[in-house]
Design a protein around this ligand. Structure first.
Ligand code: SF4
Ligand code: SF4
Length: 365
């Protein structure tokens, strides 16, 4: 009661409108990339007869496995692999943003995160109307389901990190990797009935339970969850001025009990700042730097997230590591056999193949 009398109202403006604008701009950018890429595919389909031959490098942002391979290749060889250089820098930008500001890519930029958020909000409105509360999954089942995305991440990371540098080159230089974006395009353009059903089920589950895909299945989210734990920016609650209204916990899309902790150290916190916006007491819930308790202004997060992303991808552009150097003629030639270009053998087969070729070279010496 005493606490309530001492409330100093939080008059700070919410940041959600700016976050929405950033989300919208990134979603529009992805749509624009999709339109340009569709023109590029048309160019290939017509064997170069169509006018438009520009391949937007941003499409490589949708090839995270190839990007992770490029990062590992860079670690092993010190070189940026030339097939999908933009994918390499987009990957670094996404991880960099999450290291600086927590898992912010998910709530500020990711188009799937944006879609998931809108679907989740729609679902919550329905729940509140009919059940008067948010639906929550039993906490132990929630732990098990949340581990799925980490298992997927572990599977991809293990497969990639067990490759030799030669095996990586074999995959990254291969026709499959070069045409991976075109194949991905056809996956969605000619989507199978089974894939449609899977997407439909995920959509329904996201209405029933907020952020179902992001929370349980997205391996990219798992990676960013891990990097976000290393981030110095954390949501902190001042227990002295807190009036225990629990508005922060109710507003949290990740179901974090913000009102029960002093510092949010969750791999599910996406730095959306919803909790900070709704807190009614001044200087009670803030994003701060751990260690020196310095407050990070909400606008600093907004500009920081965008500027850091632009700076890292911009570095790729100005250093000439953005457009790949594959001639259009090669793309046209490869496109002729697009249906027979399959995924290369398993990672162990690729490694075996490389070891055999290494032996062959040695024996030939
Ligand atoms: S704790 Fe706050 S910033 Fe983190 S996800 Fe929840 S509402 Fe967003
Ligand atoms: S919103 Fe959360 S941090 Fe702010 S006063 Fe209420 S319980 Fe405390």
């Amino acid at each position: 009661m005493e606490k309530k009398e001492k409330i100093i109202k939080n008059l700070e403006k919410p940041i959600q409108k700016i976050r929405f604008i950033v989300q919208l701009l990134f979603a529009l950018l992805c749509i624009w990339i999709g339109i340009e890429f569709s023109q590029f595919v048309l160019f290939l389909e017509t064997a170069g007869a169509a006018d438009f031959s520009y391949r937007p490098p941003g499409v490589e942002g949708f090839l995270p496995i190839s990007a992770l391979m490029s990062v590992y290749y860079f670690i092993l060889s010190g070189n940026i692999h030339p097939i999908h250089p933009a994918g390499f820098f987009i990957f670094l930008a996404i991880v960099g943003v999450s290291l600086a500001f927590g898992k912010s890519f998910c709530s500020w930029m990711c188009p799937i995160g944006t879609l998931s958020e809108f679907v989740g909000e729609f679902g919550e409105k329905i729940h509140k109307k009919f059940f008067k509360r948010r639906i929550k999954i039993w906490k132990y089942l929630d732990y098990v389901l949340r581990s799925l995305k980490y298992l997927l991440l572990f599977f991809f990371a293990f497969s990639i990190f067990s490759m030799t540098s030669l095996a990586l080159e074999y995959f990254l230089d291969g026709a499959y990797n070069i045409m991976a974006d075109v194949k991905m395009w056809y996956f969605f353009a000619n989507i199978s009935q089974f894939s449609l059903i899977v997407i439909g089920v995920l959509f329904l589950l996201s209405i029933i339970y907020r952020n179902f895909w992001c929370r349980y299945l997205c391996p990219y989210g798992a990676l960013l969850g891990i990097t976000s734990l290393l981030s110095p920016a954390k949501i902190k609650r001042n227990p002295v001025s807190c009036i225990d209204c629990a508005l922060c916990a109710k507003a949290c899309p990740s179901f974090i009990k913000v009102d029960k902790v002093l510092t949010v150290r969750s791999d599910e916190c996406t730095t959306c700042l919803n909790c900070v916006d709704v807190c009614p007491v001044k200087d009670t819930l803030e994003l701060k730097l751990i260690g020196n308790e310095k407050k990070i202004n909400k606008k600093t997060v907004a500009f920081g997230v965008v500027l850091l992303f632009v700076a890292i991808t911009g570095f790729g552009m100005i250093t000439g590591n953005w457009h790949n150097k594959i001639p259009k003629e090669i793309y046209i030639e490869l496109y002729k056999n697009i249906n027979s270009i399959g995924h290369p053998r398993s990672i162990s087969d690729i490694n075996k193949l490389n070891k055999e070729s290494e032996k062959g070279v040695e024996n030939g010496r």
